[in-house]
Design a protein around this ligand. Structure first.
Ligand SMILES: [Fe+2]
Length: 405
């Protein structure tokens, strides 16, 4: 493994030339650990739909940068907590649902909906023990349209300052966010680094080659398919093909006719994607997280407008799964290439893969340390990235990497 020329400025300069990040950025457990610390624990993480948190006591659990979290509605509104008991650090709430209290299933320490510890069996006899000293740790919760996000970083800018402009674009598709209803939710696992998968998501250069059904439905010609970076989110917009509307496709696809005639594919930094396809109003939202350096995991929620037919729902879900399977085959292959480490750098086409380049820039900047301007970070020391961006792997992560590699 070499770290030559891996200071942030060199990496950013290489990206400007279309040279990708080095292969080990996709296989090194120390890089993944740094991403969890510097990216996932400092950004807005999607937790679930606001409609599932409408009533007092409604809650959803999830994870942010490996930290178990829970969002619950109490008298004051939505509240977020680290979903870990102050006693022995067992997870307090499970799954999702409605509850009058938050009670840990290990020793029955019991918190109210504001996260205050109200009961701990045998604690009355414990010297110097006050319930008030052990509330659940709070975290930030904010909403964007119909979606609820959390952030472990108390200093982070507001959710709407990141993604507020996205809502207008989404509404322009003909999908009305407030009317959407959750149809199904699935968890998934994949055999590639989370960045490998999202960089595949961020370009449609491969669509004509690898997605025959998708390319029959959507006009993927570069002059008609728009890729735009909006700072903290990236958008791809494509129109439905006339031949698809007329049912004249050489490959069987779902019925694309309906009030939505534009497809939209958005990435919200760092790891949330929102998809809209032509036809009956529909939207899916996916979350992609690292599961060690060479694996990813996440969940997918499929929404439809009211009154969707089961046939359309079934056909669109099958269409999305087919595209997802085709992408998995691609990204699994890329990950095998990255694990081998040769060639060390890839070469982007800057006119078709500029969203991938921007994504990699954000990764480099985040790992360089968001509190220090890049120029300062590079000038501070001439040592290679192994000591500036990479970190020493923990024993558990070293074991994981060996297992996955
Ligand atoms: Fe793809």
């Amino acid at each position: 493994m070499t770290y030559i020329n891996e200071d942030p400025e060199s990496l950013l300069a290489a990206l400007d030339r279309g040279e990708s990040l080095p292969a080990h950025w996709y296989t090194d457990a120390a890089i993944t650990a740094r991403e969890i610390e510097k990216i996932f624990r400092k950004t807005w993480n999607y937790i679930g739909p606001a409609k599932e948190l409408a009533n007092r006591g409604d809650y959803i659990t999830g994870y942010v940068g490996e930290v178990p979290v829970v969002v619950i509605r109490n008298e004051s509104g939505l509240a977020g907590f680290v979903n870990v008991c102050r006693h022995r650090r067992h997870e307090v709430m499970k799954g999702r649902g409605n509850s009058k209290i938050m009670q840990c299933g290990y020793h029955a320490w019991t918190y109210d909906l504001a996260g205050c510890l109200k009961g701990a069996p045998r604690s009355a006899a414990e010297p110097n023990f006050k319930l008030a000293d052990y509330p659940l740790l709070p975290l930030r919760v904010e909403s964007l349209g119909p979606w609820v996000f959390v952030n472990l970083d108390a200093q982070a800018k507001s959710l709407t300052s990141y993604f507020g402009d996205l809502l207008k674009i989404v509404e322009g598709s003909g999908v009305h966010l407030e009317s959407l209803e959750l149809h199904n939710r699935e968890e998934w696992n994949a055999n590639a680094n989370w960045k490998t998968m999202l960089e595949n998501y961020l370009e449609c250069y491969h669509c004509a080659v690898a997605h025959p059904g998708f390319s029959a439905a959507i006009d993927v010609k570069p002059e008609n398919y728009d890729l735009t970076m909006h700072g903290w989110f990236a958008s791809q917009l494509g129109d439905v093909r006339q031949s698809a509307l007329e049912g004249k496709t050489s490959i069987k696809i779902y019925d694309v006719r309906g009030e939505v005639t534009q497809s939209q594919y958005h990435l919200l930094w760092p790891n949330i994607t929102i998809n809209i396809n032509p036809g009956f109003p529909n939207l899916s939202i996916d979350v992609w997280v690292p599961d060690g350096p060479n694996l990813a995991k996440g969940f997918s929620e499929q929404y439809f407008g009211p009154g969707v037919s089961e046939n359309f729902a079934k056909d669109l879900i099958a269409f999305n799964k087919q595209v997802g399977h085709e992408d998995d085959v691609l990204t699994n292959s890329v990950q095998r290439g990255l694990i081998g480490g040769l060639p060390d750098r890839g070469r982007f086409l800057t006119n078709s893969e500029h969203l991938c380049i921007h994504f990699q820039r954000l990764v480099v900047q985040a790992l360089a340390g968001d509190a220090v301007p890049l120029k300062q970070a590079a000038a501070a020391t001439a040592v290679p990235i192994s000591s500036k961006i990479s970190v020493t792997p923990t024993p558990s992560m070293s074991a994981e990497r060996e297992g996955n590699s």
